[in-house]
Design a protein around this ligand. Structure first.
Ligand code: HEC
Ligand code: HEC
Ligand code: HEC
Ligand code: HEC
Length: 319
C-alpha cells in the first residue's frame, strides 16, 4: 500500500511539475508576443496591414496574412531586402489607393518600373540602404559602412536634387551602356555632356580616351579620402567634390590641366551622378539591359516611318 501511495504521490508531483512548466512556457509566449508587437519597429504596421486589405475587399488575403519578418532574397545579386517587412503594400497598387501613408502605400508604377519585377530586383538596387535591417534607422540610414546610404528625399535635398534625380545614379549601375534611357533625364543629359565637353580627350573610360587626367572607368568606387577637400565648401562627399570640380577645376585642384567648365549647377550635378554611377558591381549579364531596347523605348511612337531614322545607337563614348 505504502508503495502504491508513493507512486500516486510521485504522479501528482510530476503533473504539478508539468503544469508549472506549461504555465511558464505560456507566459513566455505571451511575453514574446508582446515583445514582437511593441518592441519592433514593424509590429504596428503588420497589425494595420491586414485591416487595410480587408477594408479594400481582400478578406481572404487579410486572413492569410502572417505576422513576421518578410524578405526578398536574390543571392546572385547580393540582395536580402527586408524593406517589405514594413513596406507591406508595395505590390498592391491594383487594390490599395496611393493616398495611404508610408510605409503601407503601394509602390508607384509605370511602364518602365514594371520591367523590374520586385521578386527579381528587390528594393536596394534602386534605392540603396541596408536591406537586411528591420529597424527604420538601420534600413534607411545604414548601408554597408555608409557607402550605400538610402537615397532618401532628405539626402537628395541636401545635394540640390529630388529623390528621383538622385536615384538615377543607381539606375545607371545597370543602364550604363544605354545611350539614353526613359526615366533617366539627368543621366541622359550627363551622357551628352561627356561627348559635348570632350572629356575623353584627357580621360580614359572603358579603354577609350586620353591620359592627361586619371582614368574614370570606375570613378564611383574612388575613396573620398584620397581627394583633397582643402578648397571644397560644404560636406566632404564625393558628390560635393565633383560638383565643384566640374564647375571650377582650378579652384578645387590648384594648377590642374582640367579646364574650368563653368557648368550650370544642374549640369555639374547630372555629370556627378553619372561619374558616381561608374562602379565595379556584382550584376550578372541577365541584369544588364539591352541598349537597343532603351533606344527603342526612347522613340515616342514606334511607327513604320520612325524606323527610317533609328535612334542613336549606344555610342561607347557616351558611357
Ligand atoms: C521599420 C520599418 C521600415 C523598414 C524596415 C523600411 N522602411 Fe522605408 N519607410 C518606413 C516609414 C515609416 C516611412 C515613412 C516615414 C519616413 O520617411 O521616415 C518610410 C519611407 C520610405 C521612403 C520614402 C523616403 C523619403 O525620404 O520620403 C523610401 C524610399 C523607403 N522608405 C525605402 C525603404 C527601403 C529601400 C527599405 C529597405 C532598405 C526600407 N524603406 C525599409 C518604414 C520602413
Ligand atoms: C527599378 C527601380 C526600383 C525598384 C526595384 C524599387 N523601387 Fe521604389 N521607387 C523607385 C522610383 C523611381 C520611385 C519614385 C521616386 C520619386 O518619387 O520620384 C520609387 C519610390 C519609392 C517609395 C516612395 C514612394 C512615394 O511615392 O513617396 C518607396 C517607399 C519605395 N519606392 C519603396 C520600395 C521598396 C520597398 C521596394 C522593394 C520592394 C522598391 N521601392 C523597389 C524605383 C524602384
Ligand atoms: C584638358 C584635359 C582635361 C579635360 C578636357 C577634362 N579633364 Fe578631368 N582632369 C584632368 C586632369 C589633369 C585631372 C587631375 C587633376 C585634377 O583633379 O583636376 C582631372 C581630374 C578629373 C577628375 C577627378 C578624378 C580623380 O579620380 O581624381 C574627374 C572626375 C574629372 N577630371 C572629370 C572630367 C570630366 C567629366 C570632364 C569633361 C566634362 C573632364 N574631366 C575633362 C584633365 C582634364
Ligand atoms: C539591377 C539592374 C537595374 C537597375 C538598378 C535598373 N534597371 Fe532598368 N532595366 C534593367 C533590365 C535588366 C531591364 C530589361 C528588363 C526586361 O525587359 O527584361 C530594364 C529595363 C528598363 C527600361 C525599359 C527599356 C530597356 O532599356 O529595356 C527602362 C526605361 C528602365 N529599365 C529604366 C530604369 C530606371 C529609370 C531605373 C532606376 C530607377 C532602372 N531602370 C534601374 C535593369 C536595371
Amino acid at each position: 500500500m505504502a508503495e502504491i501511495g508513493n507512486k500516486n504521490e510521485s504522479f501528482e508531483a510530476k503533473d504539478f511539475g508539468w503544469m508549472v512548466a506549461m504555465s511558464v512556457l505560456f507566459f513566455a509566449l505571451v511575453v514574446v508576443g508582446f515583445w514582437f508587437e511593441f518592441s519592433t519597429d514593424w509590429g504596428s504596421y503588420q497589425r494595420e496591414f491586414p485591416q487595410l486589405l480587408s477594408h479594400y475587399g481582400k478578406v481572404e488575403d487579410a486572413r492569410d496574412f502572417r505576422v513576421g519578418i518578410k524578405q526578398i532574397w536574390i543571392p546572385k545579386i547580393g540582395v536580402t531586402d527586408r524593406c517589405i517587412t514594413c513596406h507591406l503594400g508595395y505590390e498592391w497598387s491594383s487594390v490599395l489607393p496611393a493616398t495611404i501613408a508610408e510605409p503601407l502605400k503601394p509602390h508607384t508604377m509605370n511602364d518602365w518600373l514594371a520591367k523590374h519585377e520586385f521578386e527579381r530586383f528587390g528594393c536596394t538596387p534602386c534605392h540603396g540602404g541596408d536591406g537586411s535591417a528591420t529597424t527604420l534607422a538601420g534600413a534607411h540610414q545604414g548601408g554597408k559602412g555608409w557607402e550605400d546610404p538610402m537615397l532618401s528625399r532628405a539626402l537628395a535635398e541636401r545635394n540640390g536634387l529630388t529623390m528621383n534625380e538622385m536615384m538615377q545614379m543607381r539606375c545607371n549601375f545597370c543602364h550604363r551602356r544605354d545611350a539614353a534611357t526613359p526615366g533617366m533625364d539627368e543621366i541622359n543629359l550627363a551622357k551628352q555632356l561627356i561627348v559635348k565637353k570632350k572629356c575623353l580627350i584627357c580621360h580614359t573610360v572603358e579603354g577609350r580616351g586620353g591620359n592627361t587626367g586619371p582614368e574614370l572607368t570606375y570613378e564611383g568606387d574612388k575613396n573620398p579620402e584620397l581627394l583633397s577637400f582643402a578648397h571644397v565648401t560644404g560636406e566632404r562627399t564625393m558628390f560635393n567634390w565633383n560638383v565643384q570640380h566640374l564647375t571650377q577645376a582650378s579652384v578645387v585642384s590648384l594648377n590642374t590641366q582640367m579646364p574650368d567648365f563653368n557648368m550650370k549647377p544642374e549640369e555639374s550635378r547630372a555629370l556627378t551622378l553619372l561619374l558616381l554611377s561608374w562602379r565595379r558591381l556584382p550584376y550578372p549579364p541577365e541584369y544588364i539591359p539591352d541598349p537597343e531596347m532603351a533606344a527603342a523605348a526612347m522613340q515616342p511612337s514606334p511607327s513604320p516611318a520612325s524606323s527610317a531614322t533609328p535612334a542613336p545607337a549606344a555610342t561607347p563614348i557616351a558611357r
